[in-house]
Structure formats: C-alpha cells, structure tokens
Design a protein around this ligand. Structure first.
Ligand SMILES: C[S@@+](CC[C@H](N)C(=O)[O-])C[C@H]1O[C@@H](n2cnc3c(N)ncnc32)[C@H](O)[C@@H]1O
Length: 162
C-alpha cells in the first residue's frame, strides 16, 4: 500500500507500507525515496526551498491573483499591505549581498541601485550566469546552491516569483 499526497509545489509526499523483518511481522510505514528530500537531515534535502516556497509571505499574494487580474494592482501589496521593496529597509547596515538563484538579476540590481554601497552578487547556475548581462555593482558567480558554497556576503536573499 502506498499513501501519496502532493504538496502545493507538486513534490510527492509519500509513505509506503512495508513488512518488518522482525519476528512480529507487524506492518510498518516508511517514507519513500523521494519523500526523503523533504527531511532536513537527508543528504540532498529540499526542505529549505520547500519551506521558503510555502512561506506565507510568498503564498498569500497568490490568493489575490484573480483579484489583480480583474482589478489590477500588486498582489503582494494586497496581501501584506506594503510592496516588496518595503522589505528592503534595513539594507543600509550591510556591505554585501548575494542573491541565490537570482534569475535575471532584477532584485539584486534594484537593491544595489537603491543602496550603491552594497556589493551585489548574482549567484545562479553556470549556464545561466554565462548569458547574464552585466550590471554596475553586481558580479555574476556561477554555482549550484546544492553542491557549491554560496558566495561569501554579509547577507543572502532568495526570492521565488512573484
Ligand atoms: C523561479 S526562478 C526565480 C528567479 C528570481 N529569484 C526571481 O524571483 O525572479 C529560479 C532560479 O533559480 C535558479 N536555480 C535553479 N536551480 C539552482 C541551483 N541548484 N543553484 C543555483 N540557482 C538555481 C534558476 O536558474 C532560476 O533562475
């Protein structure tokens, strides 16, 4: 028997029934191979990215998506009462910032534009940064966040759309 539940991001959350090897022959439940990605202590954990993706800060704006389509407006503001850039306050105290999985560098270049004292780093997969445009104050560093060290900086940000 296999119990399966899809998480909101499509990750399988499964438990499977297996027979214990012991004398009792009791039925036990265990995680499947892919469900182990959700454990914090597994070798290749995806727990941090799943928690980040499902954080209320990220998820709540989606509940305003249809309202935005009908009326216009910014989903993040409807959900949280402020626009995302308000969260950038407090950046004056740091000297360097790395955007992990920075995509087309919209966020990090906006931040560096607003806070020119910050040394920005856009970190993404090598084949992504190899095609990235340059932006004053932002350096591109290729790497895989699951295997390589995150570039050194005072603070790290990770943003998933929107
Ligand atoms: C959904 S996009 C988010 C882009 C940007 N942060 C944003 O919110 O607009 C995810 C980004 O993560 C990058 N990415 C995926 N796997 C990665 C990995 N293992 N290491 C570093 N970056 C990765 C992708 O290339 C992509 O640019």
């Amino acid at each position: 028997m296999k119990l399966t539940r899809q998480s909101s991001r499509g990750l399988p959350m499964e438990m499977q029934q297996r027979v214990a090897n012991g004398d009792s022959g009791d039925l036990l439940y265990d995680l499947t191979h892919s469900s182990r990605w959700l454990l914090h202590d597994s070798e290749q954990t995806m727990a941090p990215i799943v928690l980040l993706s499902n954080h209320p800060l990220q998820m709540t704006p989606w509940h305003y998506f249809s309202q935005c389509v009908k009326e216009g407006g910014i989903a993040f503001k409807k959900a949280h009462g402020v626009i995302l850039s308000s969260y950038k306050q407090g950046l004056s105290s740091i000297g360097s910032l790395v955007d992990v999985g920075g995509g087309i560098r919209g966020l990090i270049s906006d931040i560096v534009k607003a806070y020119p004292h910050i040394k920005g780093v856009n970190s993404n997969l090598p084949h992504v940064v190899s095609t990235a445009r340059t932006y004053n104050g932002v350096s591109n560093i290729g790497g895989d966040m699951f295997h390589d060290a995150i570039p050194n900086a005072d603070a790290v940000i990770m943003k998933v759309l929107p």
